[in-house]
Design a protein. Sequence first.
Length: 207
Amino acid sequence: MAPKGTGPTPHPEPPDDLHSRTIPLLTTQQSWTRIFRRQQSPLYFGWSPDRRLDPPTQVYRGLYVAADAHGAFIETLGHQTGIRLVTTSALQSRGVAILRSRAPLRLVDLTAAGLAQIGADERLCAGEYTIAQRWSLALFRHPAKPDGLYYRSRHDPSRMCAAIFHRAARKVTVEHHSALTDPQLGSVLAEILNTYHFGLIDDADEP
């Protein structure tokens, strides 16, 4: 037990016997929302050391999605803690896509009791990136061969997200995509900005 008055310690590393444990799998064929950079494909599977659930090295690539537009926004354009502004140029550089699953996805459920079952806790999705990346790699290598990870948004835990591994790329397709500034999305975008109390800065005329 930690001494009184101390804060939480760093999240533990993946246990040595993780490969022999039963991991909590959520099987779903739901739709997903993805906000993406318009110079890339809506189905761009990427890798970066700056992404929480990417592996420590480029062993595989991942596709980050959310269960709804709010989750997609707060995980991309709203992910910097304390900054509650978004620019028109940032919106114009992004597209939004609705993705469908051709087949059910099997995702490691990191949202509830499954965390304790594998020796983890909520710090895995809100704490240090390097430890989370090692967990991601360990779960990717689990004999169950999951299609990805299912987790709560760090900035809005009521929103569910997923990091889909590249090996499941054939299971996912784009149903529809458009510019994030499409007039038809105006009411949705306004609702999102209102929900998170985000201001909008028009920087279209700036050099």
